[in-house]
Design a protein around this ligand. Structure first.
Ligand SMILES: Nc1ncnc2c1ncn2[C@@H]1O[C@H](COP(=O)(O)OP(=O)(O)OP(=O)(O)O)[C@@H](O)[C@H]1O
Ligand SMILES: [Mg+2]
Length: 155
């Protein structure tokens, strides 16, 4: 990871830690190829099973992770996924942060709008991912890169 990427991951970590949560079982996976997406999906599924998410909730999290991973590869030029187990005093969760050092997203509201795409896609990935998880944050700087973090809690 270069310094800019480290800054973005540090930012995402700060956001989560400010809320007094404990993050454990950290794992970093590369995102360059379709095989990397397959591996990510498997690890995310394992984490979801570990906190006893229902099959439906597991699938929502895996689907959101897939969409964000594909964006990291397609638009970010590749990057990394950071997986963390989360716990506060009441519940357990899974946190994922997708980081790239690509062109960034100039207008995040526009990118989130259903149907907006710059790559000939359906433009449903970001908005869809947001609806499938409990927490969703995008930090992006034009010309520097993007970090998208998601959290799913066990209810
Ligand atoms: N990591 C990223 N870096 C730069 N731009 C991004 C990134 N992720 C998303 N975007 C921008 O946001 C737009 C919307 O993303 P979204 O995933 O919703 O749609 P899509 O990838 O174009 O199509 P779909 O995911 O439905 O196949 C993208 O077209 C791209 O312009
Ligand atoms: Mg997409």
């Amino acid at each position: 990871m270069n310094a800019a990427q480290q800054n973005r991951v540090a930012f995402a970590s700060d956001v989560l830690e400010r809320h007094g949560r404990l993050r454990t079982a950290r794992m970093t996976l590369p995102l360059r190829s379709d095989e990397d997406v397959v591996a990510l999906r498997r690890h995310v599924r394992e984490r979801a099973v570990a906190i006893a998410l229902s099959l439906v909730e597991q699938t929502k999290l895996v689907t959101a992770a897939s969409e964000l991973a594909r964006n990291t590869i397609k638009y970010g030029g590749g990057g990394e996924a950071h997986l963390d187990a989360l716990a506060d005093s009441l519940r357990q969760g899974v946190c994922l942060v997708f980081v790239d050092d690509g062109p960034g997203i100039a207008d995040i509201d526009q990118a989130l709008r259903d149907g907006f795409t710059t790559g000939g896609g359906l433009g449903l990935g970001l908005g869809g991912a947001k609806r499938l998880v409990d927490e969703f944050d995008i930090e992006s700087r034009t010309g520097e890169g993007t970090a998208v973090s998601i959290v799913k809690w066990k209810r």
